[in-house]
Design a protein around this ligand. Structure first.
Ligand SMILES: [Zn+2]
Ligand SMILES: [Zn+2]
Length: 278
């Protein structure tokens, strides 16, 4: 793979919308990114991320074409793992044949997650019955393939937790873009669910999410961009990419009163537990 200019951290490629963040003291990884939706070549995204201490990225599918693409990208790049799934917003009439292909993709060696799946009651784009059927099927696929389950939960905390309890959660379950409060963080901690925080934790109105972060145990913490979405302050409003994760990590360390290097080390170790060793 070619290594463009940003490798030494001196300058991000010109097309990047924000200057590179200060390098993290210990390499972390981005647990949830949509590399295919960021309007920059993947190799440049990876190089820019690496130059600020984001050594690895999990790229996440939301439908069949993007899941295939994520699996291919992971197969091509050492530093990338893939998640494959049908996003809850896209589950209207989802067929067994589609789910069978998700399962076949999930069996590939660099595909380490089934996600993003879950429930989205904020954007009511798919009927709840279809969302639930698909979520339960994805939980089964994660268990059968031994992959982590990556959950999208938007305004659906109670039902997501209930379905997980009813089905039996996979050994490794990740709440992506954690949006619950402190009470929910305690439930997740009791169940050993990973909590992945995104750039929205830096937003002014996100005090409940910060309360959740304060009570979440360090050994269940992950960080993500959900790029190109949810760009952290101070670059909110610009497109997001993995090289901006240091802003979120430093903010999280501050909220938790943790040393940045200690938080980075915890995130890196948790990532290997969730998605396997690189
Ligand atoms: Zn999501
Ligand atoms: Zn996402």
């Amino acid at each position: 793979m070619s290594r463009p200019a940003a490798e030494d951290g001196s300058a991000a490629p010109r097309a990047f919308p924000a200057p590179p963040a200060e390098r993290l003291p210990v390499d972390v990884f981005d647990s949830h990114c949509h590399l295919d939706l960021v309007e920059l070549p993947v190799a440049e995204q990876l190089a820019a991320a690496r130059s600020v201490g984001v050594a690895r990225i999990v790229t996440i599918g939301v439908d069949l074409p993007s899941s295939r693409l994520c699996a291919e990208t992971a197969a091509e790049h050492d530093d990338v793992y893939a998640g494959v799934a049908i996003h809850p917003n896209d589950t209207t009439g989802v067929t067994d044949a589609v789910l069978a292909e998700i399962e076949a993709l999930a069996a590939q060696p660099k595909v380490r997650a089934v996600g993003e799946t879950g429930l989205d009651y904020y954007r009511d784009w798919a009927p709840k019955d279809d969302q639930h059927r698909s979520f339960r099927a994805h939980i089964d696929i994660a268990k059968r393939t031994g992959t982590a389950l990556v959950i999208h939960d938007r305004d659906a905390h109670d039902d997501v937790l209930r379905v997980l309890a009813e089905e039996g959660a996979p050994e490794r379950t990740v709440f992506h873009c954690f949006s619950g409060d402190a009470a929910m963080a305690r439930v997740c901690a009791d169940n050993g669910y990973f909590m992945s925080f995104a750039g929205n934790v830096t937003f002014k109105n996100a005090e409940p999410v910060r309360e959740a972060l304060r009570v979440a145990p360090a050994d269940l913490l992950l960080v993500e961009t959900d790029a190109p979405f949810l760009t952290p302050i101070p670059h909110r409003g610009k497109p997001n990419a993995s090289y901006l994760i240091p802003h979120t990590v430093r903010f999280m360390a501050d909220v938790k009163g943790l040393d940045v290097a200690a938080l980075c080390a915890a995130i890196a170790a948790n990532g290997e537990r969730a998605f396997g060793t690189w």
